[in-house]
Design a protein around this ligand. Structure first.
Ligand code: SF4
Length: 62
């Protein structure tokens, strides 16, 4: 599975980072960045995608 963030929509709220720090962090521009993009075990990244207020996290099933 792959994870993608549309940084143009990210509002820098930090919810994804708090919920799922293994995958998400905030970059210098206060937009979410990914620590890893490809994973077998999607874990908390799916929850982060569901609660992201800007709906800019995509989980793609390969
Ligand atoms: S939860 Fe969404 S809007 Fe908030 S920092 Fe993460 S990607 Fe950006």
């Amino acid at each position: 599975m792959q994870i993608k963030i549309d940084q143009t929509k990210c509002i820098g709220c930090g919810t994804c980072c708090a919920l799922c720090p293994d995958f998400f962090d905030l970059g210098d521009n206060n937009k979410a960045i990914l620590k890893k993009t490809e994973t077998e075990n999607i874990g908390c990244a799916r929850e982060a995608a569901e609660v992201c207020p800007a709906q800019c996290i995509a989980i793609i099933n390969n």
